[in-house]
Design a protein around this ligand. Structure first.
Ligand code: BEZ
Ligand code: FE
Length: 304
């Protein structure tokens, strides 16, 4: 059979098998290939268009920016919406909302007990202290919870990804104290923008879209018996707060800034003059099984 119709070709592609393989991978590949065959046909995709797309995917893979595209095309938020729906159905929609991790988490940040300076003594913006408690859904403090904090520098760059930054700059882990309290000092970060002259910016230019995220701070919160929470807070007043290229802004995560907070009581964080405070309690759910307590972020979870 050397002459094939489009349907015969698709059937062949989807049915070839000399070993069991992985049933789920086969199912997903068959569906995606079928949908692409259909799109190519219905949209009359030319060979030049097809190979331009393939070349772009090749450059995207080499650039390490796949996680920017998944966020920018809504997939990261889609997974959160689906998780929220599943929680709703299971009657366990409670606590601090989840928000996308993004592709810029790095495991292994230095760990401190109770409080830390995330900015390592180099304020490059308005001084911020964020503080609060980690509580379970019944209002009980969660002692010894590990809170990963990471945010962008004054140029919107993240250490390990942005040239010139020190390892783990603006990345710290804090263990909550006996009352579940945490606090950290840093500075109010600006928003993030996708790198110019990159496969990501190329697609966004072609789509006529911007690639900006509003100012935010990321958190990954894990504790024994607690369902790991990945979330972010948004800093109010940002132009892009309702126009995030990654669609990640959520009600309940836009914090209130308290400017001109008196420095008394914050000396251990090196604060001597009035500063901007954010008070925020993280409310976490009890885990239903071991895997929900896994402290790893998304890539760590799939590797585990
Ligand atoms: C970020 O959180 O900074 C981010 C999220 C998605 C894509 C790129 C960056
Ligand atoms: Fe970010």
């Amino acid at each position: 059979m050397s002459e094939l119709t489009k349907d015969q070709l698709l059937d062949l592609v989807n049915s070839k098998q000399v070993a069991p393989g992985n049933a789920r991978v086969r199912q997903l590949t068959q569906r995606i290939v079928s949908d692409l065959f259909k799109a190519i046909d219905e949209l009359d995709v030319t060979p030049d268009e097809f190979w331009a797309a393939a070349g772009w995917l090749e450059r995207l893979g080499k650039s390490g920016q796949i996680g920017l595209i998944t966020a920018g095309l809504g997939f990261d938020r889609l997974l959160d919406i689906r998780s929220d729906e599943a929680d709703e159905k299971a009657g366990r929609a409670a606590g601090t909302p989840r928000a996308i991790e993004g592709p810029l988490f790095v495991a292994g940040a230095p760990l401190s007990q109770g409080e830390v300076r995330v900015d390592e003594g180099e304020p490059k913006g308005e001084v911020l202290v964020m503080e609060g408690q980690v509580l379970d859904v019944d209002g009980r403090p969660v002692a010894g919870a590990l809170l990963d904090v990471w945010h962008a520098n004054e140029q919107g760059g993240y250490s390990h990804f942005f040239p010139g930054m020190k390892p783990f700059e603006l990345r710290r882990r804090i263990a909550t104290d006996a009352q579940g309290r945490y606090r950290f000092r840093s500075y109010l970060p600006p928003g993030y923008a996708i790198p110019p002259d990159s496969p990501t910016s190329e697609l966004f230019a072609a789509l006529g879209r911007h690639g900006n995220r509003p100012a935010h701070i990321h958190f990954l919160l894990a504790a024994p018996g607690i369902r790991t929470l990945t979330t972010q807070i948004n800093i109010p007043g940002d132009t892009y707060i309702d126009d995030d290229f990654a669609f990640a802004t959520r009600d309940g995560l836009i914090v209130t800034l308290e400017p001109n907070t008196a420095a008394a009581g914050y000396e251990s964080l090196g604060v001597t003059t009035p500063f901007t405070r954010v008070r925020f309690n993280f409310v976490v759910q009890k885990a239903l099984n071991e895997s929900e307590t896994a402290p790893e972020a998304r890539m760590g979870r799939i590797a585990a």
